[in-house]
Design a protein around this ligand. Structure first.
Ligand code: PLP
Length: 436
């Protein structure tokens, strides 16, 4: 059981602490007393350095929708590797992937590739500023959009910093400049009246409203359709762009979250699954807005480069991953997602532990509260709830299931019905431990 059967990870952590702060490169993968280091993955299973095997429900934070080492993706990536891994020239691969994305997303005519979701959001916010000539952006309280100063404002405010219906914009990281905070309007998620009123108040200075239709860190609750419709309407009214961050939600359906909700944003940010397991990000949208990137008539309003942007290995693997994601694959992911949600909800009822699941399609999150989760504030765990969540996560790991430390599970296409059963049984066993 972790941490006792992870001697090699423990040793590597000791070594890694000398050369890497925290012994690794990502805050999100750090865990106490030490992170478990991965050695390999195949299908929906991941193996650690000590040879322990888990069903992987992190899937590199939702990006591996086909699990690990899918043969079709290996073939697509290695074929390109043999032809060259990167060029100081564009390649046909980026045209192919851009065409596929534009065909799937009705709001999208054109795409600009980047190397991460963070960079995609950063460029989308800059594009909105370049297009409108306005300085401010609005984002939802508690929503994660990567590690760009503007995007991470009010990411994890404590109740003392919440303010009323007009949330105070607070820094997530030390060193965030004051003028960044002044230029970010934090709006409540799923609260039409408060959000619309704030957007109207800052309207003339507002370049865009950035929203994730099912924000993971703010609770993974789907946005009310009426909320997104209100954002669509009020952004048109004040002349600001509406940006959907679909870095995660693009895995919800063939046409993304915007297809499910039937709402057309001006710009969309993408990442994770569209890279077939390789680093990626993309800014996508209507031609009118994407023109800020266009260098064909001289210096564009928003110059954007990136030595590895639209990397052909990523593009080829991404294209193969997206082609595997047909309607049948989405239907299967929806089915297994619902089965896991239903199974875990039943386990909550059986054990009497307060809480249950939220989410859609292949994504779910486990909440340890009977409050109805609507937004960041209702999803905010108190001390007792946090303890239950920590105990549950440890239980899940000890029963052979790897999930993100904040209760997120992302499923993948290689998962069989037997794997789904194993996940539900592991969750039920972990909940029994929490109840004991
Ligand atoms: N936007 C959302 C909604 C995300 O969930 C993430 C990452 O988890 C990002 C942006 C940033 O993406 P990346 O980690 O590729 O920089």
């Amino acid at each position: 059981m972790y941490p006792d059967n992870h001697a090699k990870s423990r040793d590597l952590y000791q070594r890694a602490m000398h050369s890497l702060p925290g012994g690794n490169t990502r805050t999100t993968v750090f865990m106490k007393p030490f992170p478990i280091y991965a050695a390999s993955g195949a299908g929906c299973r991941v193996r650690d350095l000590d040879g322990n095997e888990y069903i992987d429900c992190i899937n590199n934070f939702t990006s591996l929708i086909h699990g690990h080492s899918h043969p079709v993706l290996i073939e697509a990536a290695t074929r390109q590797l043999a032809l060259g891994s990167a060029f100081g020239m564009p390649t046909e691969s980026e045209v192919d992937l851009a065409e596929l994305l534009a065909a799937r997303l009705p709001s999208v005519d054109q795409v600009r590739f980047a190397n991460s979701g963070t960079e995609a959001v950063m460029m989308a916010l800059k594009a909105a500023r370049a297009y409108t000539g306005r300085p401010k952006i609005a984002k939802c309280e508690g929503a994660y959009h990567g590690s760009y100063d503007y995007a991470e404002v009010s990411l994890d405010p404590t109740p003392a910093a919440w303010g009323g219906n007009a949330p105070v914009s607070v820094a997530y990281a030390k060193g965030t400049p004051e003028n960044v905070l002044a230029d970010v309007v934090t709006i409540p998620f799923n609260d039409i009246e408060a959000a619309v009123s704030l957007i109207r108040e800052h309207g003339p200075e507002l370049a865009c409203v950035l929203v994730d239709p099912m924000p993971n860190r703010a609770g993974l609750v789907p946005a009310d359709k009426a909320y997104l419709e209100a954002l669509r309407q009020v952004t048109r009214e004040v002349g600001a762009l509406l940006i959907f961050d679909e870095v995660i939600t693009f895995r919800l359906g063939y046409h993304g979250a915007q297809g499910l909700w039937g709402i057309s944003p001006d710009l969309t940010t993408l990442g994770k699954i569209i890279g077939g397991g390789f680093p990626v990000g993309a800014i996508a949208g209507g031609k009118e807005f994407m023109a800020v990137f266009d260098p064909s008539s001289g210096k564009p309003a928003l110059p954007h480069g990136g030595t590895f942007s639209a990397n052909p290995v990523t593009m080829r693997a991404g294209l193969a991953a997206m082609e595997l994601l047909d309607a049948a694959a989405f239907a299967r992911l929806d089915t297994i997602g619902q089965a896991v949600r239903d199974g875990i909800d039943a386990a909550f009822r059986n054990t009497g532990v307060p809480g249950g699941t939220v989410g859609l399609g292949s994504l779910l999150k486990i909440h340890f509260t009977d409050r109805k989760i609507r937004d960041y504030r209702t999803a905010y765990l108190n001390e007792v709830e946090t303890k239950r969540q920590t105990a549950f996560n440890a239980g899940l790991l000890n029963h052979g299931v790897f999930a993100a430390n904040y209760g997120l599970l992302a499923l993948s296409t290689p998962m069989t019905d037997a794997d789904v059963e194993t996940i539900v049984k592991a969750a039920a066993a972990a909940l029994e431990q929490v109840a004991a």
